[in-house]
Design a protein around this ligand. Structure first.
Ligand code: NAD
Length: 377
């Protein structure tokens, strides 16, 4: 099979664009997976170590996430190779050049992701007029500032907890990755009585079985420091977050952090996927076999994109958060109910739900896979 079609299936990807502009040191990739439901919304990631394959998988996750959330948008993802902490003028130059290069790809709407934020989206909007997750001054709902995804995760945990035999007050939470998603999830969960016992970032893990102080950790991160600079708690290496005794484990950092070779280290009852594709399929199966309930990424972390889509359609911040709460709670309940009733993994139940919706949207297109009524698909 041709290199470019290696990852293709009946849903997509519909387009893979490689952008290379040596004059500004720009190397980037855009993958548009499926746009049957509407123009793709998906984040722009900046990281030194990404690949086309990762981008394809992330774009598919967006198709499924947007479909599962019932949004009139398809899925896509873009990446720029680079250190997200580079000087801001260099970052602006790269992101602006990338946006200009993709200016005519009108069925892709940029959003923020790892290594990018609302300021980056303002640069994109300035160049091509097509971005969500904008600063307030530009009519945006700043997703990361208000913690839309972390807000959604707390609702997922609230709905999923009884399915895992847990109650939230007093439940012990460990969070891998203390950035936009992780720290807001910690705060929203603390409001529901859960106790953060461990948090990690790229520098290491801080652990305290009695509970960590969010009032210390959040300002540290705001000041650009690490959770391991906290004056209290035990300091452990980055991987040690996997071994922490807890009730709820939330990955909110990188892909493939839980794999077949390390899934046995997790000591939790509920795993809620804040990051995109944090667990390999084999790892999810192993956890399921051990009775650990895993809520898949494209159901659990849809808060940001629901908020972004609401912004794109002109909704207020309050209406956007209400939509996050409503859609995420409904979807989590439906997926876990189906999984339980059919004796299947939550990911399979979520895939069935989302794929049904994508196929229905595809049936309305001129070149649909089948020409029958949606019910026949
Ligand atoms: P971020 O850049 O704000 O934070 C990432 C955090 O992870 C940082 O604290 C960083 O130090 C830490 N980290 C990096 N590598 C690590 C490692 N190996 N071990 C432990 N920690 C590590 O990013 P974010 O916006 O919080 O996104 C985190 C994840 O959530 C990504 O997978 C992203 O795709 C996904 N996600 C984000 C949103 C959103 O609204 N921001 C929405 C959906 C999904």
């Amino acid at each position: 099979m041709e290199e470019g079609f290696r990852y293709a299936d009946e849903l997509g990807p519909s387009r893979i664009v490689h952008v290379y502009e040596p004059s500004v040191g720009l190397k980037g990739i855009l993958v548009i997976d499926n746009v049957a439901a509407g123009p793709a919304i998906g984040g722009l990631r900046m990281a030194p170590d990404v690949s086309t394959e990762e981008c394809v998988r992330l774009a598919r996750a967006m198709t499924l996430k947007n479909a599962a959330a019932g949004l009139p948008h398809g899925g896509g993802k873009s990446v720029i190779f680079g250190d997200p902490h580079m000087p801001v003028a260099d970052k602006a130059r790269l992101i602006r050049a990338f946006a200009r290069a993709l200016g005519d790809v009108s069925d892709y709407i940029f959003g923020p992701d790892m290594g990018t934020d609302e300021v980056c989206m303002a640069w994109v909007r300035d160049e091509i007029g097509r971005a969500v997750g904008l600063p307030r001054e530009l009519g945006g709902i700043p997703l990361d500032e208000i913690g839309a995804t972390g807000f959604g995760l707390a609702h997922v945990v609230d709905v999923a907890a009884p399915f895992a035999g847990l109650s939230l007050p007093g439940a012990r939470v460990a969070i891998q990755g203390f950035g936009a998603v992780g720290k807001h999830a910690a705060c929203f969960l603390a409001k529901r009585g859960a106790v953060l016992v461990a948090a990690s970032d790229s520098h290491g893990t801080v652990y305290d079985p009695q509970g960590l102080d969010l009032g210390t950790l959040i300002p540290l991160k705001r000041a650009g420091r690490s959770v391991i600079d906290s004056p209290s708690g035990q300091k452990l290496d980055r991987e040690a977050i996997l071994d922490v005794e807890c009730d709820i484990w939330i990955p909110a950092a990188r892909p493939d952090v839980v794999r077949e070779d390390n899934a046995h280290r997790l000591k939790t009852r509920l795993l809620v996927e804040g990051a995109n594709i944090p667990c390999t399929p084999g790892a999810e199966q192993r956890l399921h076999a051990r009775g650990v309930l895993c809520v898949p990424d494209f159901i659990a972390n849809a808060g940001g994109v629901i908020c972004a889509a609401m912004e794109y359609h002109g909704a207020s911040e309050q209406a956007a958060l209400q939509a996050v709460e409503h859609k995420i709670r409904e979807n989590t309940r439906e997926v876990l109910r189906r999984a339980q009733a059919e004796g299947i993994l939550p990911r399979q139940a979520a895939l069935d739900l989302a794929t049904e919706r994508v196929r229905r949207a595809m049936s309305y297109r001129r070149h649909s896979l089948t020409s029958g009524a949606p019910g026949h698909l």
